[in-house]
Design a protein around this ligand. Sequence first.
Ligand code: ATP
Length: 480
Amino acid sequence: MPDTLPDPSAGGDGEPRAGGAAASGPSETPGPAGPSEPAGPSEAALASAAQEPGAFSASGSSSERAAPSGASEPPGPSDRPDASGGPPGGEGGRDRAGIELINVTKRFPGQRTPAVDDVSLTIPGGEIVVLLGPSGSGKTTTMRLINRLIEPTSGRIIVAGREAMGLDPNELRRHIGYVIQNAGLFPHMTVGTNVGLVPQMLGWDKKRIAERVDELLRLVDLPPEQFRDRYPRELSGGQQQRVGVARALGADPPAMLMDEPFGALDPITRERLQDELLQLQEELGKTIVFVTHDVDEALKLGDRIAILDKGSRIVQYATPQEILLNPADEYVEQFLGGAQAMKLLKFSRVADVPLQQVPQARPEDDAAAVRERIGTADDSFAIVLDGRSRPVRWITAADLEGVTGPIGERGEPAATPIRARNTLQQALEALIQIEHEWVPVVGPRGVYRGTVTLATLQNAIKEMKEQAKARRRQDRTAAP
Ligand SMILES: Nc1ncnc2c1ncn2[C@@H]1O[C@H](COP(=O)(O)OP(=O)(O)OP(=O)(O)O)[C@@H](O)[C@H]1O
């Protein structure tokens, strides 16, 4: 490993970056030091420096996207885990690898206005929070403050219950993966070496690194045997970006900062990578801060979105649904660009609406008992689940006429399920395409969650509109 490595992330988007860790111009905080690590490599690589897997990880490696509680307020400081200290992965930090900014200001030398001006923001553990704002609003600066590539002028940052300022910057970055536009891969290293960089910095042995590299490449859908020995220039933009994500996940950090990771990709690749990120998140449940200019990307990916104005001033911080139904002001409306009703369908998730619950059955269940569960209504049925609670068939009372003993393989095959993270628009498309009037909904590992019908969608939209109307009335009453 050479002593000094070039910094592919510096000026990746053509602009000099604050605290860019170019080989000759490291970040404001010193780069990690260690016997086996390079001096001054890419900030992306360094910022995603490693940790022992799971040492700091959110409990439960999978989390369904959090259904909004209806309240637009994020959890307040009192909801966060212990901010007073304790080891990473200790009681306070393990549950929720949340991030909190408290009155954070960053004023660059010689600048009249702060790039980040007294910002307070709570990023709940296991969620994707999108920072959406125009160019120069301070999104990147905010990200770099979180992993201490730059230091705040004032204010506090809490990461997984610990004061960031009290942590060694290198230790902090071991808990936070960092993905940037154009991936920031080292061009002279193979894909495998790029992805294994962080475990290598941690001093893992060769076999363990090789296994982890292959595992990560598979995770981002790049078959290791095809991709591990290629160089970044031999990959498409989308593939490079996937490698960037794999590298950031190197040592399973509980949190990831993603700064316009898909900004340079064509729309189709971009959509595909967004879908992959959501799928990955369903399994991994990371705390992700994601920066974008693109409102559709924000609505699609964000569990919550912070809409920023100059100085990272938060104009609105709420779920996508809440923002669409109740934009805080004209600035937010302008950002949304109209067509909110369609966007509601396009970006609200099945997980966000109440699902219909129908009787359930297992192949080994007694026919008479299932018939009783189904009842007598003509359109009644039970959904049959397999041993891993996945929907496989549906069965009516008529199918069980005269049957004794277990229901076995009776009934019709269930429609291909949709996922709880799918949008209402996708649910509508699925309902239009299939013969039945309902479609099963599944969560992680295909586990059954409920069913969706046209009526479910209609009621959900009606309910959302009524909630928004009630809130507007409340706002008008509260206005002086
Ligand atoms: N190192 C620096 N020195 C001085 N000013 C800086 C520095 N880095 C950023 N700024 C300024 O801080 C403000 C916020 O920049 P930042 O890069 O955080 O914005 P952004 O919202 O990420 O923009 P973009 O979407 O264009 O990347 C800008 O006015 C920028 O010029």
